[in-house]
Design a protein around this ligand. Structure first.
Ligand SMILES: Nc1ncnc2c1ncn2[C@@H]1O[C@H](COP(=O)(O)OP(=O)(O)OP(=O)(O)O)[C@@H](O)[C@H]1O
Length: 243
């Protein structure tokens, strides 16, 4: 049997009075780097929150690596990392304590989590702050620590909502390298971004959603077929009717 995809959404729907996600069908293969683009209010965050198991869909089906989220949410969530656009940290914890705490929530004991935590802090250049309270951290440092926390249980599918917003060039490079290395090792990354250059440079496939539906999808070259020579920004604005 073929490997199940990393993520399969079928007819996914969620309404808050009016539809936010409206019959969304989306499949992301294992080992793919997929960028989900869309104008403000298109339904990107709502979609990711449903995949992360934080919001119940009104309709449709979510399968994570072949596991139906509605049938076995625990098993599905173990395979996922979810980084929200505004992650929460505990200001009175130091990074090492925070990572140990998150690892504990996953049932990983401190000794097993320690080398992983150390490697993540080193990768994200937070080592020298490992023993400082996070309440004094800058926004970018907090964001990097939240990412480390999301990765502590070694998930296969990383789902990240605007992970590069607010990061300086150095921090953005560290995060991009970490995501690319995850994909190089066979993992899957799905992110939303308003930085079209990020999608252009990193993603193997790009999906554009508008009003809760997928309106275009493909590699950059596939998206370009209709408009040769166009930039992703040109295509995005044309497809979403903003130009
Ligand atoms: N908890 C909520 N209660 C009511 N309406 C909501 C809620 N969450 C989202 N919505 C609405 O659902 C729609 C989709 O919002 P969502 O945050 O998913 O969009 P988005 O594509 O992530 O937008 P952005 O790019 O601005 O972050 C919007 O109209 C929003 O107002």
């Amino acid at each position: 049997m073929l490997d199940p995809p990393a993520l399969a959404l079928t007819g996914l729907g969620k309404s808050f009075g009016r539809p936010a996600v409206d019959g969304l069908d989306l499949t992301v293969a294992r080992g793919e780097f997929y960028a989900l683009l869309g104008p403000n209010g298109a339904g990107k965050t709502t979609t990711l929150r449903m995949v992360a198991g934080l919001l119940a869909p009104d309709a449709g089906r979510i399968e994570v690596l072949g596991i139906d989220l509605a049938v076995d949410p625990q098993a599905a969530k173990r395979r996922i990392a979810y980084l929200p656009d505004e992650p929460m940290l505990y200001g009175k914890l130091k990074p090492t304590e925070y990572l140990e705490f998150v690892a504990g929530l996953w049932g990983i004991d401190g000794r097993a989590a320690e080398p992983r935590a150390r490697a993540l802090l080193a990768w994200l250049d937070l080592e020298q702050h490992a023993h400082e309270l996070t309440e004094g951290f800058s926004r970018g440092m907090k964001q990097k620590l939240a990412l480390a926390g999301a990765l502590i249980h070694e998930p296969e599918l990383l789902i990240l909502d605007e992970p590069l917003t607010g990061l300086d060039a150095g921090a953005a490079r560290q995060v991009k390298d970490l995501l690319l290395s995850h994909v190089a090792a066979g993992g899957t990354v799905i992110l939303t971004t308003h930085i079209l250059e990020v999608a252009e440079r990193l993603a193997q496939r790009i999906g554009i959603i508008q009003q809760g539906r997928l309106i275009a999808q493909g590699t950059l070259d596939e998206l370009r077929v209709a408009t040769p020579g166009a930039t992703l920004e040109d295509m995005f604005l044309r497809l979403t009717g903003a130009a």
